[in-house]
Write a protein that binds this ligand. Structure first.
Ligand code: PMP
Length: 380
């Protein structure tokens, strides 16, 4: 069964979406589906039992790790490529270029190949090796570059943009940070799914921001329907976005270290953290009510906790989101009230074995694995 997800009616003038940016996502069922792209989206909400029971609040995670490319970014890749096809900017013979530290590269490679296009993915060379291997497995070209600041032309996003331009008319730069198709994927897909799954009974939505697409699309959709819903940013250490939400000014904790390092986010968490404003995060800022800072040690502890208590093997950004759920409960005194908090379980821990899930590696960079930090978050 193919479900066409309906666009929300109220849009701000800032949103540049066209009227045809809804794409059909299939329902996961026992149906035969017409190829891998039909497996994207319509993910379930999974109750995180250990946290929900301890806090007396329903903590529901959108199981994005179930997407065929393994992350929430499948939705974005499908939306970006489909919208570009509709505008004629991607056509037979096209090559899609993207600069990404991980999940988006896998999703772009998967969607491009499923639709018959080539892909070139530029990645920083400190990205977890599992992610590079997945992109290569799809037959996409991978270029590895030294990690660099966004102000450096050799930085991975800048390099992908340059390569696309150099390729000529058949080169298309996906541009997940600035492309509003990213936001559309969430406001027409992720958000209405959450709305339907919770029957509109939702007290808070919590998400990290890497491009900002998720928190913008879901946050805006929910706020439009439910002005009292709390939209909360879960920010990793080293990211300046937290300061933007809390103090109105975007500044990095490394402000004193010079331009080059200031733009880098220093964390073991992959996929989130921003030290500059992107088009997608700007769409979301008006909807964000609050923010919590989550340390690497807290994220590491949370991932271990839900793996061993719930059987959920999650990636680092999902763990950051779950820590922020606990912090919100503690700040609001929602404990025991059975309110509902929805968050995003962006990808699986199996993508993070070389770094976030590697205890030896964490020890080397002085991040404790058995810190007891989750127990203190759960204690009344
Ligand atoms: N988690 C992971 C694993 C990601 O790759 C990303 C995207 N970079 C995010 C979370 C954040 O999502 P968004 O880009 O929509 O802010």
């Amino acid at each position: 069964a193919i479900i066409a997800l309906v666009r929300p009616t109220r849009r701000s003038p800032k949103d540049t979406g066209t009227s045809d940016d809804t794409i059909a996502l299939s329902a996961h069922s026992s149906d035969v589906v017409p190829g891998v792209l039909a497996l994207i989206g319509n993910t379930p909400l999974v109750r995180v039992n250990s946290l929900s029971d301890a806090l007396g609040v329903e903590i529901l995670g959108k199981a994005e790790f179930l997407n065929p490319g393994g992350s929430v970014k499948d939705r974005v890749a499908l939306q970006i490529i489909t919208e570009a096809e509709r505008r004629g900017e991607i056509r037979p013979g096209s090559r899609v270029f993207e600069g990404t530290s991980g999940s988006t590269g896998i999703s772009i490679a998967m969607v491009a190949k499923a639709k018959g296009y080539d892909a070139t993915i530029v990645m920083p060379d400190d990205t977890a090796v599992e992610k590079m291997r997945s992109v290569e497995a799809f037959g996409a070209t991978v270029e590895r570059v030294r990690p660099a600041s966004i102000v450096d032309r050799r930085q991975y996003v800048n390099r992908a943009k340059h390569l696309a331009r150099e390729y000529g008319p058949l080169g298309y730069f996906a541009d997940q940070f600035e492309n509003h198709a990213n936001f559309h994927a969430h406001i027409t897909g992720t958000a209405p799914e959450i709305w339907k799954q919770t029957k509109g009974e939702i007290d808070a939505f919590i998400s990290g921001a890497g491009t900002g697409g998720t928190i913008a699309g879901v946050g805006r959709y929910l706020k439009d329907r439910l002005p009292d819903v709390r939209v909360v940013l879960a920010d990793c250490q080293g990211s300046g976005l937290y300061n933007k939400v809390k103090h109105g000014v975007m500044y990095s904790d490394r402000e004193s270290e010079g331009t080059r390092r200031r733009h880098q986010v220093d964390t073991v968490v992959e996929g989130i953290g921003l030290n500059r404003l992107t088009a997608n995060v700007e769409l979301g800022l008006p909807a964000i009510d609050d923010a919590f800072r989550v340390s690497d040690a807290e994220a590491v502890a949370m991932a271990r906790h839900v793996a061993s208590h719930d059987g959920l093997l999650l990636g680092s950004s999902s763990a950051v989101n779950l820590v922020a759920c606990c912090k919100l409960v503690n700040k609001t005194q929602w404990r025991g009230t059975k309110r509902t908090i929805v968050t995003i379980l962006c990808d699986s821990g199996s993508r993070h074995f070389s770094k976030f899930w590697n205890d030896d590696y964490l020890q080397k960079i002085d991040i404790p694995v058995n810190s007891g930090l989750v127990e203190s978050l759960l204690r009344p």
